[in-house]
Ligand binder design. Structure first.
Ligand code: MAN
Length: 212
């Protein structure tokens, strides 16, 4: 007990022990590390600092999860074929509608197509692919037709001043066709027209200039 009292006397007053310093120092260090380990002299916790760090952590977590979901939706988007010149990129996330008699037809490229009658929606097909050298969009595996095939839709694309779905028809039961006018096709059409005109001009030009 006496020894312990002497030790604490030196320990707290931080006075160098007169005799056998290395022995006392060893005990001082051991006890000091034990006290630190059990956090005997607890430092007061700064609660406002803890709250600030927690808030910062929560904000960063929210930002991270938003970025992760953006990355995953962009990854999904980039899996699609948007055409040779990526000319159909602007179709992504858009739907085109056309009213024909009692139905409203809704075509959402890269997603699905449907036929809506007041409150009833019939699926005409899920996005399948482009066909005819990017001149048609195919939607297949739609709702089963009674006594018939699964519904499907072929949307024929043509050059137009604006995106416009027209002429939806059902030439064979539950097999639908429609037209979509779009500026996305006009560049290619214009180029072909110019190439054709150039070709004609070349053919019409008189031969034998080099001989002059
Ligand atoms: C619904 C619509 C029609 C289709 C019939 C087939 O009435 O989807 O377009 O021809 O079902 O039974």
């Amino acid at each position: 007990m006496l020894c312990f009292t002497i030790f604490f006397f030196f320990f707290f007053l931080d006075i160098a022990p007169p005799r056998n310093p290395s022995w006392l120092e060893k005990i001082q260090q051991t006890v000091s590390s034990i006290l630190q380990a059990v956090n005997f002299f607890q430092n007061p916790v700064d609660k406002s600092e803890a709250a600030r760090v927690r808030k910062e952590y929560e904000e960063s977590s929210t930002k991270l999860s938003k970025l992760q979901s953006r990355i995953s939706s962009l990854t999904q988007k980039l899996k699609h074929d948007f055409g040779t010149e990526k000319e159909f990129y602007s179709f992504y996330g858009h739907c085109f509608e056309s009213k024909q008699n009692k139905y409203v037809y809704k075509v959402c490229p890269f997603k699905q197509a449907s036929q809506v009658e007041v409150h009833t929606t019939t699926r005409l097909g899920h996005w399948d692919k482009f066909e005819d050298l990017y001149r048609s969009m195919i939607f297949s595996n739609g709702d089963r037709c009674w006594n018939g095939p699964d519904r499907s839709l072929k949307v024929k694309l043509r050059c137009g001043l604006k995106n416009e779905l027209t002429d939806v028809d059902e030439p064979s039961r539950c097999e639908y066709v429609a037209f979509l006018s779009t500026p996305a096709l006009c560049l290619e059409e214009k180029l072909k027209e110019l190439e054709y005109k150039l070709d004609l001009m070349n053919k019409e030009q008189p031969q034998g200039h080099d001989e002059l």
